[in-house]
Design a protein around this ligand. Structure first.
Ligand code: GTP
Ligand code: MG
Length: 196
């Protein structure tokens, strides 16, 4: 499978508007502004497939990108951003929760965290949930270009150590959309999920 073949399919305000729940989906989740949409663009090698923004909370819908028939990449709304009207937050956090709980075709979860402050409470909740659900996780430590090589390595190590205790199928990778760091490995993991 080639992720570069991804095409925008639909923006859904809730799970009822999504394509039929069949095949394989790989979803990108993480705090607002963690770099989910940027990572999707980098992995698909398309500059503006998913909309990115300096303003956290940009992705408020469930965005679907079809790579092949029955194989989809999903850009989920970010969580943990306080400065959003409560009603709006409720709505899209509901969409996120419903997606994660109800979607049978979800077969792999990419959890994106800023390498400078990973494993916040909501990240841990999400990863715990994935492990309990038997879902494989790829933890991408994003914006790694912001740290020196040594600091990157020590962050990766401490995240690996913390997540090892959870058991489950969890991989950890430093990632930069800017520098394309970790692109090959991330691509490999995701393609493996699609090809299973
Ligand atoms: P929401 O949709 O709001 O939840 O955000 P998101 O997680 O999709 O983040 P997005 O990809 O829109 O990126 C947020 C900001 O981080 C933007 O200003 C990006 O340019 C920046 N950013 C993303 N990836 C990188 C990276 O690898 N390096 C650096 N330096 N900045 C990045
Ligand atoms: Mg986004």
């Amino acid at each position: 499978i080639k992720l570069s073949k991804a095409k925008f399919t639909i923006s859904a305000p809730d799970i009822r508007k999504l394509p039929i729940d069949a095949g394989i989906e790989v979803a990108f989740a993480g705090r607002s502004n963690a770099g989910k949409s940027s990572a999707l663009n980098t992995l698909t090698n398309q500059k503006s497939l998913a909309r990115t923004s300096k303003t956290p909370g940009r992705t408020q819908l469930i965005n679907v990108f079809e790579v092949e028939p029955e194989k989809r990449l999903i850009d989920l709304p970010g969580y943990g951003f306080a400065k959003v009207p409560l009603e709006m937050k409720k709505k899209w956090q509901k969409a996120l929760g419903e997606y994660l709980q109800m979607r049978d075709s979800l077969k792999g979860l990419v959890v994106l965290m800023d390498i400078r402050h990973p494993l916040k409470d909501l990240d841990m909740d999400l990863i715990h949930w994935a492990v309990d659900s038997g879902l494989p996780v790829l933890a991408l430590l994003t914006k790694c270009d912001k740290l020196k090589k040594g600091q990157q390595a020590s962050q990766v190590l401490s995240v690996k150590k913390a997540l090892k205790e959870l058991g489950g199928d969890i991989k950890v990778q430093a990632f930069s959309s800017l520098k394309k760091t970790g692109l090959e490995s991330a691509n490999q993991v995701i393609c493996q999920w699609f090809d299973q």
